[in-house]
Design a binder for this molecule. Structure first.
Ligand SMILES: *Cc1c(COP(=O)(O)O)cnc(C)c1O
Length: 484
């Protein structure tokens, strides 16, 4: 005998917040979660930047849902095993501590649960994104009709830039098209080429000069050869801030070559473009304003919570040509376009909220102070490590500094970097260990505002000790040129 299915109205209430009155359970849950987060952030300096092995809670949902106490206990286990970017010795990557306004905005963003796909799903937030992207693009100098769109990370922003350039150049289905970039350009360009259905050889690497920037003369030669051979070029990608050393390609000369050859110029400014937000630091990325498109990642230095990346364009209408579908199941746009028509992503969170609130919290002075601090720390570390002539330093115009002992074979550099990274970790200093030019380096990213002279001096002492353990004496050779 068939029994009637249970009525949903008789079931215990689901844990959604009441739409009729401020929900006391929600408030208490959020307060308790905030308390745990504040405790976690407030104890950052007493934990290692990189936690040891941690216990994970069960992953599968149980038959009966957990109450807030159980959820928070599980959350705590995950928090205990999390990377700790607020530790003053967290110097390994482009992952700074989060700004409070950005944390709050992320919470509100989740609560609003709007969707940047279409205006009717995010009326105020869609406009906020348009307006803030346009403001950022104007700050970078991209002209009067500039604008852009947020993307979930610089990898996606770079991909969207190259697809847009390709469509603009009429090369949408051309299998011979190539992308020209520095040999030190970010690996995301390799992914972009793959996604665009081009062979790996479609990415044409231009060797770098001594300062780590793309060699302008070699770029000129490559573009002339491509032109003479009739090879179509999607875009020239200049990097403003390379990932290992923070070098900046010669942007103005690259722009001039692009103009001469009629190529799209994309600047991957995932690291360096934020420096154009301050008049004191704009010179580090001079020429950025000549680009057709720019990737900027406020998540990497300004403390905006992840993800915060935008693709900014001189002519944002090109985005719609590349990605517009007409969105047949949405009301027509009334405000200036649906977010989903301006990029590859469909449903998308309002990343713009935490960027907007974070920048408003910093203010222009605060932005400048973040940049100042990062550059000062890089200079200080550079000075400290310069006292060790056995080291080869690789810096640039940003806040990154990589180094490796001179004259080591690649296996020796690998061993040295592993052992030294561990010694540094024993002192609560975390650096990364990138492979660059065939040898492992240690790399410090000086974007953490909690880092003081004490950590940098300690770093120098540990590194100096590591050089004493090296297998053979190293002949100091020529000194590097000094950078601003
Ligand atoms: C980090 C980085 C990217 C990629 O950005 P994600 O947000 O990690 O996807 C692209 N280019 C450069 C130069 C970078 O340093």
């Amino acid at each position: 005998m068939a029994t009637a299915p249970p009525s949903p109205w008789d079931a215990p209430p689901l844990p959604f917040a009441s739409p009729h009155h401020p929900d006391a359970r929600l408030r208490q849950f959020l307060e308790q979660a905030s308390e745990r987060l504040c405790a976690w952030l407030g104890s950052a300096a007493s934990r290692s930047p990189l936690p040891g092995l941690s216990v994970l809670p069960e992953v599968e949902p149980q038959r009966q849902g957990l109450d807030p106490g159980g959820l928070l206990a599980d959350l705590q286990l995950v928090m205990d095993g999390a990377y700790n970017p607020s530790h003053p010795g967290a110097l390994a990557h482009l992952d700074p501590p989060p700004l409070p306004a950005s944390i709050a905005a992320d919470l509100i963003c989740a609560g609003l649960n709007n969707n940047l796909l279409a205006e009717e799903l995010s009326p105020s937030l869609s406009r906020l994104e348009r307006n803030l992207a346009a403001w950022l693009a104007r700050q970078l100098g991209l002209g009067d009709s500039c604008g852009g769109v947020a993307a979930s990370g610089g990898t996606l922003a770079n991909l969207m830039a190259l697809v847009t350039a390709r469509i603009h150049a009429g090369l949408g289905s051309c299998p011979e098209a190539v992308v020209v970039a520095s040999a030190d350009a970010h690996v995301s360009l390799r992914k972009a080429v793959t996604v665009m259905g081009l062979p790996p050889t479609a990415l044409r690497p231009i060797p770098t000069a001594a300062d780590g920037g793309m060699d302008g003369a070699l770029l000129e030669r490559e573009l002339e050869q491509l032109g003479a051979a009739g090879v179509p070029v999607v875009a020239v990608v200049a990097t403003a801030g390379t990932t290992v050393r923070g070098a900046v390609d010669p942007l103005a000369p690259v722009a001039e070559l692009c103009r001469r050859h009629g190529h799209w110029m994309h600047v991957d400014g995932a690291i360096g473009a934020v420096f154009a937000l301050s008049s004191r630091h704009r010179h580090r990325v001079a020429g950025l304003e000549l680009a057709d498109s720019v990737t900027i990642n406020p998540q990497k230095l300004l403390g905006i919570t992840k993800t915060s990346s935008l693709l900014l364009l001189r002519q944002p209408r090109h985005l719609e040509r590349a990605f517009g579908t007409g969105l047949p199941y949405m009301e027509p746009s009334w405000g200036g376009g649906h977010g989903g028509e301006w990029g590859l992503q469909g449903t998308r969170p309002a990343d713009i909220l935490k960027l907007w609130l974070g920048l408003r919290q910093l203010g222009l002075d605060g932005i400048e102070a973040v940049l100042d601090g990062a550059i000062q720390r890089r200079r200080m570390l550079e000075t400290l490590l310069s006292s060790l002539p056995e080291l080869e330093l690789r810096g640039g115009r940003c806040h990154l500094l990589a180094f490796t002992p001179r004259g080591l074979a690649s296996e020796e550099a690998d061993r040295w970097s592993q052992a030294t990274r561990q010694q540094l970790l024993n002192h609560q200093l975390m650096l990364s260990r990138p492979l660059h030019g065939g040898r492992h380096h240690l790399k410090a990213v000086l974007g953490n505002p909690h880092t003081t002279a004490t950590e940098l001096e300690q770093l120098q002492v540990v590194v100096a000790g590591s050089l004493r353990d090296l297998p053979r004496p190293i002949q100091p050779s020529v000194r590097r040129s000094v950078r601003r």
